[in-house]
Write a protein that binds this ligand. Structure first.
Ligand code: GUN
Ligand code: FE
Length: 462
C-alpha cells in the first residue's frame, strides 16, 4: 500500500474469461497515481477485514453509492470518427454506393480543421458519456485533422488508437479524396506515427497510432507493400476492413485470386496487433490464419445488418480461440452505444442460429449450428475481450490493468434500468444492466483513474 494511492470499495462485475462473469462484492480496489490498479482485495481473503479497517480509519476509503455498480469501460474496436455527423442517416444504399455518395464527401470536409474540431470534440464527449473508455479510430486521409483527433483524445482523456486513413487507389477513390500517391499514403502514416509517439501530452501512451489501409479496394499494391513494411518495422497496430460484404470480398478475390485475410498476410499486415473489421465472409482457412497470426476481428453486428447482409459467426470464432472485440462501426452502424452493440451481438447471434424466414418450417429455417451467445459473452467481448484483442492492459479489474471503468447507477431517474425486486449482486443484475442500461445510467466514467465523464462527473473546464 502506497501513501498516495486511492482505495475504492466497490460492487460490480467483470469478465476476464469469456462466458464467465465475476461478481465483485464489496471489493477493495487500490488505484495508483498512474491510474493503474495496484491491488484488488476480495472479502474472501484473510487480509480483507484488517486492510479495510485500516484504510477506512485513515479516511481513505471511497465508497461507491448504493445501487451503483462498477463495470470495466467499453472498448469500441471499430469507429469511423469523421462519420459521426451522419450517424443515423445515409443507410439506404449498399456499401460501394454509400462510400461514394455520402461518406467520401463527408470525410473530405475534414480538410477544414474547424469542422473537424467540432465533430471530433462532440464524438469523444459522446463516446465517453456512453462509457467507451477506449476507441479504435479510423480518421481521414488528412494529416492535420488526424493529429487533431489525437490531440482531442489526450485533452479529453479518452484512451484511443488513431489512424490516418491510407487510400490511394485512383480507380476506387475519388480525385477529391485520396492520398496523392502510394508514397504519400505510407509517408503520411509514418508522420502520424511519429507525431503521436512524440506528443508532449502522451508520455503515458494513452493514445497510440494505427496503420490504417482503409480496405484493399482503396489501396494500390505499392501502398499495401509500404504499409506492411512499416508495420513490420514499427510493431504498431494495424486496422482495416476485411471481407465485409459480398462486393468487397469478391473484389479482392478477383484482384488477387485469394481472400482479404490471405492477401493482407502476404503484405505483412496480419499480426498480433491487427484488427480486422467485420470479417463476415472469412473462410475456415482464413480463421485458421487469423488464429496462427493472433490477429483480431472487430465484430460490428448493427452495421453488418445494413452493409453485409450477413452475421459474423461470433460464437464459432470464440470457440476457435480467436481474439474478438466489438465495434459500433459509426456510422455504418447507427448507434454510438456499446450497450446497444452488445445487445445487437446477442440478438443477431440468435437469428443466425434460428434463421429468419418465416415461410420456412422451423427445421429448414434453422442454421443447424449453435450460434447464440449470451449477455456474459457479449459483456466479455465488449470489455476484456476487446482489450486483449488490442493487446492493451485494460478491460478488467486486476493489478497491472489501468483503472478504466464506468459506474452504473441503477436508480438514475433519467436512465432506463428499472429494478422491481430488491437489487442484488448477482449476474442476473448484470443481465438487466446489459439489456436495459443507457447513457442516463452512466454516472461516472474513469480512464486511467481520471474521471472524464458521466452524469455525476464534476464540471470540467475544457
Ligand atoms: N469499407 C471501406 N470503408 C468503409 C467504411 O467507412 N465503413 C464500412 N462499414 N466499410 C468500409
Ligand atoms: Fe467500418
Amino acid at each position: 500500500m502506497t501513501l498516495k494511492n486511492r482505495w475504492l470499495l466497490a460492487r460490480g462485475f467483470h469478465a476476464p474469461v469469456c462466458g464467465a462473469v465475476e461478481v465483485l462484492d464489496d471489493t477493495l480496489i487500490e488505484i495508483g497515481e498512474d491510474g493503474v490498479i495496484a491491488d484488488v482485495v476480495r472479502p474472501s481473503e484473510e487480509r480483507y477485514e484488517a486492510l479495510k479497517s485500516s484504510i477506512d480509519g485513515q479516511g481513505k476509503l471511497e465508497r461507491l453509492p448504493e445501487g451503483s455498480y462498477l463495470l470495466p469501460g467499453f472498448i469500441d474496436c471499430h469507429v469511423h470518427a469523421p462519420q459521426y455527423p451522419q450517424l443515423g442517416s445515409a443507410l439506404d444504399v449498399p456499401l460501394e454506393v454509400w462510400l461514394h455518395k455520402y461518406t467520401f464527401p463527408l470525410e473530405a470536409r475534414f480538410v477544414d480543421l474547424a469542422f473537424a474540431r467540432r465533430a471530433y470534440g462532440l464524438l469523444i464527449d459522446d463516446l465517453l458519456a456512453n462509457g467507451t473508455t477506449t476507441a479504435l479510430y479510423f480518421a481521414t486521409v488528412h494529416q492535420e485533422a488526424t493529429r487533431l483527433l489525437a490531440d482531442l483524445c489526450l485533452e479529453k482523456g479518452q484512451r484511443a488508437l488513431v489512424g490516418k486513413v491510407a487510400m490511394d487507389h485512383p480507380e476506387n477513390c475519388p480525385d477529391y479524396y485520396r492520398d496523392a500517391s502510394p508514397d504519400a499514403a505510407v509517408e503520411g502514416t509514418r508522420a502520424l506515427i511519429d507525431y503521436v509517439f512524440a506528443h508532449a501530452d502522451n508520455a503515458s501512451g494513452l493514445v497510440k497510432p494505427v496503420i490504417t489501409p482503409r480496405f484493399i479496394p482503396s489501396c494500390t499494391d505499392a501502398a499495401l507493400e509500404g504499409l506492411g513494411r512499416l508495420a513490420q518495422d514499427c510493431g504498431c497496430h494495424v486496422q482495416t476492413h476485411c471481407s465485409e460484404s459480398d462486393w468487397a470480398h469478391g473484389y479482392v478475390l478477383d484482384r488477387y485470386g485469394m481472400t482479404d485475410a490471405a492477401s493482407l498476410d502476404r503484405f505483412g499486415l496480419l499480426g498480433r496487433r491487427t484488427m480486422l473489421a467485420h470479417s463476415n465472409f472469412v473462410t475456415a482457412s482464413d480463421m485458421e490464419l487469423l488464429k496462427v497470426r493472433e490477429a483480431a476481428v472487430a465484430h460490428c453486428p448493427l452495421s453488418n445488418a445494413f452493409f453485409a447482409g450477413a452475421v459474423f459467426p461470433l460464437r464459432a470464432a470464440l470457440e476457435k480461440g480467436l481474439h474478438v472485440g466489438l465495434g459500433t462501426d459509426i456510422s455504418g452502424g447507427p448507434s454510438a452505444s456499446m450497450f446497444e452493440a452488445s445487445r445487437n451481438a446477442i440478438t443477431v447471434s440468435r437469428m443466425l442460429e434460428s434463421g429468419v424466414d418465416p415461410e420456412q418450417p422451423a427445421a429448414a429455417r434453422a442454421s443447424g449450428k449453435v450460434a447464440r451467445i449470451d449477455f456474459r459473452d457479449a459483456f466479455h467481448v465488449a470489455t476484456a475481450g476487446g482489450a486483449k484483442a488490442l493487446d492493451l492492459p485494460v478491460g478488467q479489474f486486476a493489478p497491472g490493468y489501468a483503472f478504466d471503468a464506468i459506474l452504473i447507477d441503477c436508480n438514475a431517474p433519467g436512465g432506463t434500468i428499472r429494478l422491481w425486486d430488491e437489487a442484488e449482486t448477482s449476474d442476473d443484475l448484470l443481465q438487466r444492466i446489459i439489456f436495459t442500461a443507457s447513457k442516463g445510467n452512466i454516472a461516472k466514467v474513469w480512464v486511467a483513474g481520471r474521471e472524464v465523464a458521466g452524469t455525476q462527473a464534476p464540471a470540467r473546464g475544457v
